[in-house]
Design a binder for this molecule. Structure first.
Ligand SMILES: Cc1ncc(COP(=O)(O)O)c(C=O)c1O
Length: 421
């Protein structure tokens, strides 16, 4: 490997950074251009504005753009039904309540969730009235481990909630087999996995319902919003009702069939998403090519394990490029020191999750409401704790030269950590 040595004094100690982000910023996300505004986004927003229809025009009838985008996104994912939501969190809540036919008023069982995910994967279960079982992850994909799921099942289990974390799809064949065997629902958290596929099928189409996020950092975004997709008509009808205060589609304004929430959304967001959906596959291909390049380069650095893609993952979404950092090869410096040093070098990596079960939100629920949270043995998660470092998707949208800076900075930090400068 050819390594350019500008200076081995770490930027965190006052040396010159590998990348001066003031003069060489990372690509902004989302990508924007005057041309796209003129030709697509501007006209789409103008359409909404001039129509005076910015949201549901009638009880439980999504606005025209929200309806059209939800249909297009469902088609893209290979499902029959789709509906927009204000966020990924509300999409998860809707999917859980609709798939389990819950009112949110009672605790009717346990949902198995990986202990390595964003808070919403578990909080949406608890706030829907269900209990959470935190299970282990696969050691290489960091997604829900089917062996741990099977061992965690009791007669209270009602659903499994795999998270396609970082954009790598969970082992859906194994999870669905277990679900069928035990009569459980499967709700996929796809917030980090736009376009990811299992054996050619998009995530979100593989379980009973899928929840997506279009929040600002996501691979498809309009700042905020989300979507639920499903092939199940009964689930879809419940999603529709819960999303609009319990109203029946086509029903009367003051008639409520069930309890529900206001999870309606704005047509302006849908207008932007419809344009950006067209770019998703090309952007995803760019991230995949860059991830492959980065993996080739990083293999040369002892102490860094690049992400592994399983054979069933026919497309990775690379929302995050998750590496494992092995401190002994870096002079024993901690993962957090490594992250700080890289950030100072102009490489804005992020430290990976800590176990969600150990956060204050979850430990206080477990203390105040015994039985609402159960944590099973998670040896794989413990083995990688304090090692995950993420290169975020916006960085993967860069050029090969941008990626060279990542490799150069890691190599510099390693040299410096090992000789103590
Ligand atoms: C795995 C996962 N689930 C759910 C969500 C929630 O999405 P939102 O932020 O749109 O509510 C996120 C967003 O960060 C996520 O990463």
């Amino acid at each position: 490997m050819i390594i350019r040595r500008k200076s081995d004094s770490l930027a965190v100690h006052g040396g010159a950074p590998v990348r001066d982000v003031a003069t060489k910023p990372w690509p902004a996300w989302p990508h924007v251009s005057e041309e796209e505004w003129e030709q697509a986004i501007g006209p789409a927003l103008k359409d909404v504005y001039l129509s005076s229809v910015e949201a549901d025009p009638a009880p439980n009838k999504p606005g025209p753009k929200a309806g059209a985008f939800a249909d297009a996104f469902a088609r893209y994912c290979g499902t029959r039904y789709g509906i927009m939501t204000p966020s990924g969190t509300t999409a998860l809540s809707l999917a859980i309540q609709a798939a389990l036919d819950a009112t949110g008023l009672d605790d009717r069982g346990e949902v198995i969730v990986p202990d390595y995910t964003y808070v919403a994967s578990a909080s949406s279960v608890l706030l829907a009235g269900y209990s959470v079982v935190f299970a282990d992850i696969h050691p290489e994909t960091f997604t829900l481990d089917p062996y741990s799921v099977e061992a965690a099942i009791t007669d209270r289990t009602v659903a499994i909630l795999p998270v396609h974390v970082a954009g790598h799809p969970a082992d859906m064949d194994a999870i669905n087999r277990i679900a069928r065997k035990h009569g459980l629902k499967v709700i996929e958290d796809c917030a980090q996995a736009h376009g990811a596929e299992v054996n050619g099928h998009k995530v979100g189409s593989l379980g009973d319902a899928g929840a997506y996020s279009f929040q600002a950092t996501k691979n498809l975004t309009a700042g905020e919003s989300g979507a639920v997709i499903t092939n199940d008509q009964a689930i879809f009808e419940r999603v529709q009702r819960i999303r609009d205060m319990g109203r029946q589609p086509g029903g009367k304004r003051w008639e409520y069939a069930t309890l529900g929430w206001n999870y309606r959304t704005s047509d302006y967001l849908a207008a932007i998403l419809q344009v950006r959906l067209k770019n998703l596959d090309e952007q995803s291909a760019h991230r995949n090519a860059n991830a492959a390049f980065l993996t080739e380069r990083l293999r040369e650095i002892e102490g860094i394990t690049p992400p592994h893609t399983m054979p069933w993952a026919t497309r990775h979404a690379y929302h995050l490029y998750a590496i494992l950092y092995h401190a002994p090869a870096f002079g024993g410096h901690s993962r957090d020191e490594f992250v700080d040093a890289l950030r100072a070098e102009g490489i804005p990596v992020v430290a990976g999750y800590s176990p969600l079960s150990q956060t204050q939100a979850m430990t206080s629920v477990a203390t105040k409401h015994p039985g609402r949270i159960r944590v099973v043995a998670r040896p794989n998660l413990e083995a990688i704790e304090g090692q995950a470092v993420w290169v975020t998707q916006d960085m993967l949208m860069g050029t090969r030269q941008d990626l060279d800076d990542i490799v150069e900075a890691i190599a510099k930090v390693k040299r410096s950590f090992n000789v103590g400068i």
